[in-house]
Write a protein that binds this ligand. Structure first.
Ligand code: ASP
Length: 325
């Protein structure tokens, strides 16, 4: 039987960091060959190839990097010899890159993001076990058609649902509302539920990265919204309160943005649940719906921003943007 072939794309993050001997702080190190040497003995039935896309801490990964990573991954998956792709990434913005690829890729082949919370020189470095589990998931037939996945701490999560929930803990990646979709138990990949997200295959020629997030809080005004509009923002994601409501003082800025053809997308600062137009008071969800704000279901603001950047890359027509939410 033909061995499965998995491509590992390295982008950086703590999995590619070690402690600097002078400062004792974690810094980037090209440890690809050490990582590959350590895992290959564990995975004799899978052919591994690797590629260094970047060596960046993930706060330095830009939307343009995500776009280039998505294109490289699509090209790799179009090669019939490659059965799956694993991407190592810093955990801080991992959910954004993973969601970008989930929206972009046109494939049923498994694509798995992973990283580590401890660096190469720390006791209990979790990078090797995360990498091995991710490769097993990428090579498993059961992962075909599951969309982009995140594998850390032996849990499998969907890129649509997962978020980094803890600054330090090894089990930081959580699908807060519905839990993981599966687990890796030694060499076995086990799924317990399916997800039913629409595959959008959003592949614009360019992306629109002038998209900003504005958070609502008690007493918030339109100051930031107006500054963004005056500085040429092309799309705004509102991280609203509760069910999707904002303080009344934000309405002027929101209305002004929509009048200028700038889409305003509604998310909630609550970590779980959907936004809906339940409230009819000034600044309530129904008021926002009436002035043309676009609702997102239960996406968090950083993922809604990724989706808006891709949608605006396809067209800045508000009806077209709305069709992607
Ligand atoms: N700050 C690191 C990064 O995102 C965290 C990590 O990789 O775990 O690059």
């Amino acid at each position: 039987m033909r061995k499965k072939q998995v491509l590992i794309i390295f982008t950086g993050g703590t999995i590619s960091m070690e402690k600097n001997s002078q400062t004792s702080k974690a810094t980037i190190k090209d440890n690809r060959s050490e990582l590959m040497d350590n895992i290959s003995s564990e995975l004799k039935n899978i052919t591994l190839i690797s590629n260094q896309f970047s060596l960046k801490p993930s706060p330095s990964i830009t939307p343009e990097d995500m776009f280039n990573l998505a294109k490289l991954t699509q090209e790799s998956l179009d090669n019939p010899e490659i059965d799956g792709v694993v991407i190592t990434h810093g955990t801080d913005t991992l959910e954004e890159s993973a969601y970008f690829l989930d929206l972009f890729l046109n494939t049923k082949k498994p694509v798995v993001f992973t990283g580590s919370m401890r660096n190469f020189s720390e006791l209990g470095f979790d990078g090797l076990s995360n990498l091995v589990s991710s490769i097993l998931v990428a090579a498993a037939d059961a992962s075909i058609g599951m969309g982009v996945l995140i594998v850390m701490n032996d849990e499998i999560n969907s890129a649509v649902e997962v978020t980094k929930s803890h600054t330090l803990a090894l089990d930081t990646f959580k699908s807060l509302e519905f839990g993981p979709i599966g687990i890796v138990e030694q060499e076995n990949v086990l799924y317990y539920r399916e997800t039913h997200y629409r595959r959008l295959n959003m592949q614009p020629i360019n992306i629109q990265s002038a998209v900003e997030i504005v958070k609502a809080y008690s007493g918030a005004s339109s100051l930031i919204l107006n500054l963004l509009i005056d500085n040429g923002v092309k799309g705004i994601v509102l991280e609203a309160l509760g069910r999707g409501n904002v303080p009344p003082m934000m309405i002027q800025g929101i209305t002004r943005a929509i009048q200028k053809n700038i889409p305003v997308i509604l998310t909630s600062r609550c970590p779980k649940g959907r936004v809906l137009d339940s409230y009819g008071y000034e600044g309530g969800g129904n008021h926002l719906r009436q002035i043309g704000v676009i609702f997102t279901d239960n996406l968090n603001s950083q993922k809604a921003r990724i989706r808006l950047m891709l949608a605006l890359g396809i067209s800045d027509d508000l009806t077209s943007v709305k069709s992607f939410f």
